[in-house]
Design a protein around this ligand. Sequence first.
Ligand SMILES: [Zn+2]
Length: 138
Amino acid sequence: MEERPFSDIAYEQFLHEERLMGSRCKECGALFVPPRPICIKCHGSGMEWVEMKGEGKLKAFTCIAVVPPFMMEEGYDRKHPYCSGVVELEEGARVVARIEEVDANDPENINMGMPLAAKFLHRGEGENVRTFLAFKPL
Ligand SMILES: [Zn+2]
């Protein structure tokens, strides 16, 4: 597993395995999710994979009514917007992901700081299968 490059492709492979992985700088300890091959804090290139527990808190969000086609197939549209948020993971890294199981038509009921848990959305079939990271309320 540690052999995988710190790339988006490797990150998505881990998502497919239902693991949320980031890269941690061995020099300064900075953590990146998705992983980065080079540390943006100290420019070190000594990275190691670390697995996130998959829990965090909502730091920011927006509800989006103009949805990409593959999400229309899931039932999202102008009347059923989806929510995209910034989640601060327990480990400290921040990740952008879809927030599910909240009412995007009623954003006042979506609370900043609400605890969230990662879930993995598998879409498509065969070679076209892709896995997306999402979060849901704990
Ligand atoms: Zn660093």
